[in-house]
Design a protein around this ligand. Structure first.
Ligand SMILES: [Zn+2]
Length: 193
């Protein structure tokens, strides 16, 4: 009987340790992209950032907790993502639907964001989740286009003209320049500190 009790104790202890480990791991996994995306959200075009913040607070009011998975991207990041998107295994591992050629994505202009949990199901059976339906409606209301629909359901973007740029190319150029300038400023501030 005592033997049995010790076995049960060991089992419970192991289960408890497992639970703690899983908790720590998921926190780690969830914590990182969030910290990363804050910097990326700050690097968005001013107009896009203001609209996104308004849309996010409206979503939160309705009980939706939006998860921004991607916002601004540098040319180098877009290049890496594009390369990954051409490979089925890499695409599945990183959970991306697709990526445009570097130099053509509105993420490089800071005018696009990817929001998680909008759709579910595999390619041809993909459909909006209830939360996704609300997200699309609210993002549209705040001026974002759901440009690729179910083909790339996470992706929302503001048209360059709406943000005051003549063309997509001009918006991308401005976005990349802004990113470099803010990085330089951060480095200078770091040296001063
Ligand atoms: Zn996107």
């Amino acid at each position: 009987m005592l033997y049995f009790k010790t076995r049960v104790c060991h089992f419970l202890l192991a289960a408890w340790l497992c639970l703690i480990a899983v908790n720590l791991l998921t926190h780690e996994a969830l914590g990182k992209p969030r910290a990363l995306s804050r910097k990326r959200v700050n690097a968005l075009d001013d107009d896009a950032r203001v609209r996104l913040n308004a849309a996010m607070s409206e979503m939160r009011k309705r009980g939706i907790r939006p998860r921004v998975n991607s916002a601004f991207r540098s040319h180098a990041e877009q290049r890496a993502l594009y390369r990954c998107s051409r490979n089925r295994r890499c695409r599945a591992r990183r959970g991306i639907y697709g990526a445009k050629r570097p130099g053509t994505s509105m993420h490089e202009a800071g005018l696009a964001v990817d929001i998680g949990g909008v759709a579910t199901g595999r390619r041809h059976r993909r459909r909006l989740t209830p939360k996704g339906r609300q997200t699309v409606r609210i993002m549209r209301k705040h001026g974002f286009k759901w440009r690729y629909g179910l083909k790339d359901p996470a992706h929302f973007e503001l048209s360059p003209q709406r943000a005051g740029y003549r063309t997509e190319k001009a918006a991308i150029k401005a976005g990349q320049r802004r990113w470099l300038a803010s990085n330089r400023a951060r480095r200078r501030a770091g040296r001063r500190a």
